[in-house]
Design a protein around this ligand. Structure first.
Ligand code: C2E
Ligand code: CA
Ligand code: CA
Length: 664
């Protein structure tokens, strides 16, 4: 810490060592025995030094590499940063951090002059150095980097930069990498956090240079990684390191991991002692989207307070961010005990939330137990995977981690990635299945059913990839992919009012976000399809807990002239109430009901009741999954107007010439 005249008030041994002042006082910055040089070797006066610039502007000076010449010593190169600070009586002070980068500079210079395909010579450099391929694979790394990140050389070179980057910083250097490859810059520097092998966060100053071959084509990156965790701590010690979440006051991820690591160390080799319960609120986005952020925040605050009340003293409830909360439990006797805790959390969280306008939430919980030798980060990953299992098995439940889940999670990520690629490369296509009048067999519409020409697995039906897409917002992209293509196809079928309509499935996740009308308007405008020829099929899940936004969305669509169908009626939470509330033109009776009609008089009675109710409400009924002539005859005699099923036509391509013949 320096005062306004450059006199040092406090310093740590490392700085004194650097300035050759181990014994005795640190010289003032203006003392003739101490010279500060810029990278070209020009001497800087006090006013030009970082200290002088902070004093002049009152603002922090970003770190820069400067030469430090002390009488009687070799020239050292240091990275120096300076921050404004105030003394006890309000007088200006400057906090300076310096780190010795002499070896790094030497290594950079050595590398710059080395031949093309270089080996890392700076094996003993105090900073980490890696050669990285243009797609992020770590080709080679020196000892310092291995030590910093806690990996062996072989482990590190089997990884990519993504693997070792802190999840919060994955996007940090992407733009700069692009600039390097595009030739807009020679090198770049960023401060970013890495994750060590055991899940600790280390902050580093990263300098990246791109090496090109003779033709100028990018070959690989040289990355210099300097540990600046200590500097950051020194700089933030004046503030204090954030360990708690602002909104809820709960411990954050960092503190959770610290405590988990400590708990794991205490538990040692004993199994079944430490568990993490990863809690993710179901459909929290819906609250935020439909009731606004204030309501969303109220739910989070209430969730936090309930979790804190539920956990025993000594256990930790933390918030990772968003609607993700984690409870750390210690000293558990076994799985049943963890399940009891999960049940208690579920009970507490599903009580109506008075503070948030009486909303009732459900929660999906993933439970993972520590195995000997595990790190906190690994345990957290397992709990996360189990939570995903709870989500995909229908939400509002808890699931236990099993090793098998790791495979599933990687498969899921792979598939998600491939599906994105599939949409990008138009590998997804639509089959069309006719909906016919039961009276004369005429086609009234076609339903678009998505398929995926998978590069390895052949043509996949929606069952193979929709659940994956449904688990994230990828499903929104899928709907945005399908809708314009289906509408364009319908335009190709002709433009007479009698031309068949097009039925498009819309995911339940898409409803209530306020985005559907915009998407539909754009699609109709771009394709030129008459709104009357578009039918949107919504499953009953989409209609559960209809929010005002969802209601307004559906009303808008109907006002546009688009028709709605309630899909899979009877498959899920059948509610006749939906028939009254939703402005639907069609109800599609689920094929499980139609199939059961053959053997179960009760099913026939239900189908018959739905048909008469719909007739009273002016809603047309489509029976799904008609596979045999007896079903068709029976449905027709019950008064069902339309049908769909293998008997009436399988999903497939549409023959345009056949179509114009029928229309004629
Ligand atoms: P769905 O909307 O109930 O579509 C009808 C499904 O029943 C289709 O399966 C169809 O091939 C099948 N099917 C038709 N007739 C018969 C029959 O007589 N017997 C039997 N056993 N099955 C019949 P598919 O193509 O596998 O689609 C499954 C579900 O995937 C659809 O159910 C729909 O919910 C969803 N889906 C399909 N395409 C899309 C899409 O583009 N977007 C969205 N969001 N969901 C889609
Ligand atoms: Ca459908
Ligand atoms: Ca259906």
């Amino acid at each position: 810490v320096f005062d306004a005249r450059g006199t040092s008030l406090e310093s740590n041994p490392a700085l004194r060592r650097l300035l050759g002042a181990e014994r005795g006082d640190l010289p003032t910055l203006t003392h003739p025995s101490l010279r500060l040089l810029d990278e070209t070797g020009r001497e800087l006066g006090l006013a030009e030094s970082p200290v002088g610039r902070v004093l002049a502007t009152g603002r922090p000076v970003p770190s820069a590499v400067l030469g430090l010449a002390v009488a009687g010593q070799d020239l050292r190169w240091v990275r120096m940063a300076a921050l404004p600070h105030t003394g006890p009586c309000g007088e200006p002070r400057v906090v300076v951090t310096c780190s010795d980068v002499t070896a790094e500079r030497a290594a950079i210079l050595a590398l710059a002059s080395a031949e093309r395909r270089l080996r890392i010579t700076a094996e003993h450099a105090p900073i980490g150095i890696a050669l990285v391929s243009t797609d992020g694979a770590i080709l080679d790394a020196n000892d310092a980097l291995c030590r910093l990140l806690g990996y062996s050389h072989d482990e590190l070179t089997a990884r990519t930069v993504r693997d070792i980057t802190h999840p919060d910083h994955l996007a940090d250097d992407a733009a700069q990498v692009d600039a390097l490859v595009a030739g807009e810059a020679e090198t770049y520097r960023v401060e970013k956090a890495y994750l060590t092998r055991d899940g600790r966060e280390v902050w580093a100053q990263l300098s990246v240079t791109l090496v090109r071959d003779e033709t100028g084509a990018p070959q690989y990156f040289i990355s210099m990684v300097e540990d600046i965790s200590a500097q950051r701590e020194a700089a933030t010690a004046l503030d204090h390191r954030p360990s708690h979440d602002h909104l809820t006051g709960l411990p954050n991820r960092t503190l959770l991991l610290e405590r988990t690591d400590a708990a794991l160390a205490r538990a040692g080799w004993r199994r079944g002692q430490v568990a993490l319960l990863f809690c993710d609120l179901d459909e929290f986005k819906l609250i935020n989207d439909s009731r606004g952020h204030a309501a969303g925040d109220a739910v989070l605050v209430e969730t936090a307070s309930r979790l804190s009340q539920c956990v025993r003293t000594g256990d930790t409830a933390a918030r990772l961010g968003g609607d993700e909360f984690v409870v750390l439990c210690e000293g558990l006797t076994g799985r049943t005990e963890a399940e009891t805790v999960a049940q208690r959390l579920t009970d507490a969280l599903t009580e109506p939330m008075a503070r948030a306008g009486g909303i009732t939430m459900t929660v999906s919980i993933g439970v993972a137990f520590a195995e000997p030798g595990m790190t906190g980060a690994e345990l957290l990953r397992n709990a996360d995977a189990a939570m995903h299992l709870a989500k995909t098995s229908g939400r509002d439940r808890f699931a236990l981690f099993t090793p098998h889940l790791v495979e599933q999670a990687t498969e899921r990520l792979d598939l998600e990635h491939q599906l994105r690629e599939g949409m990008r490369t138009e590998a997804l296509f639509l089959d069309y299945q006719p909906v016919r009048r039961l009276s004369d067999g005429g086609v009234v519409s076609y339903e678009a059913l998505v398929r995926w020409q998978h590069p390895v697995r052949g043509v996949l039906g929606p069952g193979a990839f929709l659940p994956i897409a449904e688990a994230s917002d990828l499903i929104l992209d899928l709907d945005r992919y399908v809708l314009p293509r289906a509408c364009a196809a319908a335009v190709a079928w002709g433009d007479q009012p009698a031309a068949p309509s097009i039925c498009v499935n819309i995911s339940a996740r898409h409803v209530g976000r306020g985005r559907l009308p915009g998407l539909v308007v754009r699609t109709l405008r771009d394709s030129g399809l008459a709104p009357q020829r578009l039918v949107l099929e919504l499953t009953e899940t989409a209609l559960l807990g209809m929010t005002p936004t969802a209601q307004a969305e559906l009303d808008t669509l109907v006002a546009l002239g688009v028709r709605l169908a309630i899909d899979d009626f009877g498959a899920g939470y059948s509610s006749l109430k939906h028939l009254v509330d939703v402005p639907a033109s069609f109800v599609k009776i689920d094929r499980s009901f139609v199939a059961a009609m053959d053997s179960s008089p009760a099913s026939t009675a239900v189908v018959s009741a739905v048909i008469s109710l719909c007739r009273a409400l002016g809603v047309a009924v489509v029976a799904e999954g008609i596979e045999g002539e007896p079903q068709r005859g029976q449905l027709a005699s019950l008064g069902c107007a339309y049908g769909q099923g293998y008997l009436l036509g399988r999903p497939g391509r549409i023959d345009l010439t056949a179509l114009s013949r029928t229309a004629g």
